[in-house]
Design a protein around this ligand. Sequence first.
Ligand code: BYC
Length: 329
Amino acid sequence: MYSQGLDQRDGRHDGANTAEPAEALARFQARIDAEEKIEANDWMPDAYRRTLIRQISQHAHSEIVGMGPEGNWITRAPSLRRKAALLAKVQDECGHGVYLYAAAETLGVSREELVDALLEGRAKYSSIFNYPTLTWADIGAVGWLVDGAAIMNQIPLCRCSYGPYARAMIRVCKEESFHQRQGFEIMLTLSRGTAAQQAMAQDALDRLWWPVLMMFGPPDTDSQHSDQSMRWKIKRFTNDGLRQKFIDATVPQAQYLGLTIPDPALRFDDASGHWISGPIDWAEFRRVLAGGGPCNRERLETRRRAHAEGAWVRAAAQAHAARHEAKAA
Ligand code: BYC
């Protein structure tokens, strides 16, 4: 991943590069403040460009790696209808990865560089995909919770100041909404089913709840990039702000399903109107980011193998394109 190092080539966090004229920076910030979209050929501070490359590429990698935990259930889906829906969802995620790599490429970085960074283990992708999907209920819980969290995070990204990212997000969010509903419907079926099915649904929620809350990123007090990204209107809400919105939306859904959120400290606060969560184990989050999650190694090995096995497809596509161009000429 283009790590935070990329955001601070000149050692500053405020987005100002000492080589960039203050006047140009002020004009740029004025455009952002006026809610203008920044387009690929517009002047932008180096740090803005690097922040976007970091975030968009991390997002693209997450979509691609995220195909793995669900893909391994396609052959075991319990009915043809479930199989067709899951296939469509996994294909959508591949499409999201492709739009996002294309959006990152508008910033002057190549898809090959980004993919190499992932395969070499230099790139980050969402922590959630380093957890296993052990039962069919996990596919329901991933759709309901992981895609639910993704929508919460990505709806505001439709208003991101960078035009190509914002536009990609509009279509992505429409598709994520279908994903979330298919996941919730799986959970609804299981939770209205036999005792064994209910237990399977509860077990999936028990294992995924805390990792899903971690998807929103570290607490605001530890988030290195939030302040600057909010000033640039790349992010519209802080990590804690979105996490709270997600908890508030999801607790009533769990109640409707008859499932229990695995947080004994969870309580509704009348004064603020929010569900207040117990403490999150941030040591686990840091461990997963450092490569120590249950599936980090497996996920990267799968990507590397898929990339190697797909070499002939890339070569064939290039040969076809070259022949097509030669014919046209
Ligand atoms: N996992 O300063 P912060 C999906 C990193 S795809 C791993 O708050 P920022 C889906 C962060 O990168 C889900 N790393 O950062 C797909 C930074 O490290 P670096 C992905 C994380 O960028 C298929 C450091 O921690 N969604 O939903 O302001 C099927 C400090 O954090 C995580 C996106 O990528 C994490 N959870 O805020 C189903 C959305 N959290 O880069 C579903 C776009 C933080 O300095 N991204 N880090 O080395 C964002 O909105 C923001 O990048 C984040 C983090 C809110 C994730």
